[in-house]
Design a protein around this ligand. Sequence first.
Ligand code: ATP
Length: 221
Amino acid sequence: MRNSAPLVLFGGTFDPVHRAHISAARAVSKVLGDAPVHLLPNAVPPHRPQPTADAEQRLAMLRLACPGHPSLIVDDWELRQQGPSYSLKTLQHFRQQHPEAPLVFMIGADSFASLHHWHRWQDYATLCHLAVVPRPDSKLASGEVLAAFPESDAYGLCGQPAGLRLMLKRPFLDVSATAIREALARKGDCPALDPAVSAHIRCHHLYNVPTTTYSTDHEAP
Ligand code: ATP
């Protein structure tokens, strides 16, 4: 088996980026030998409601959350494309740029459970591996998706360009951007955010943060 350095792609709305995103990206990087992880905020997510913060703000928050984590690369590629941000298009682009490398598309277990609804998901197996991060209360993935991506380990993924699935056991964090946005609107802060991201949100009055007072106690989102 030929082993080569993998490249990891992590797409999302990041509205805002939070602790679980960063922990998950670092965990996948680590298990794959400190592989670089491209965090790709999407412009027009096709499978969910549109983001609250605009693209520039979501990108700015990602840039504030990533310093200190050398394997994490904030990448605005999807934001520079026209039309819906289909992951397939992103995968095709990176595959073209890196024809031989193991390409790993990382997703949370909630997204994995709905992968069979995604645009041309069957094509993914020819383009990338999957790394699935656990998430509380996620449903099981469909049998077709499980069969399309046989489960393997980090060594297996590094030995071929695409088609396998790595299931991580941790991090297992009950954090969501939805709950964070609600906490921000209620009390102006949330411990699941990087302090630099919190400061940016307050400074730019994002997510309806109260303008006059806010609490700094550490209540879970
Ligand atoms: P929202 O609450 O607005 O839906 P989110 O917290 O799910 O947002 P997204 O930016 O939509 O964050 O997610 C990007 C990716 O990160 C998705 O693959 C999602 O499954 C994954 N993800 C987000 N939060 C977690 C978490 N707590 N554990 C594991 N994966 C997560």
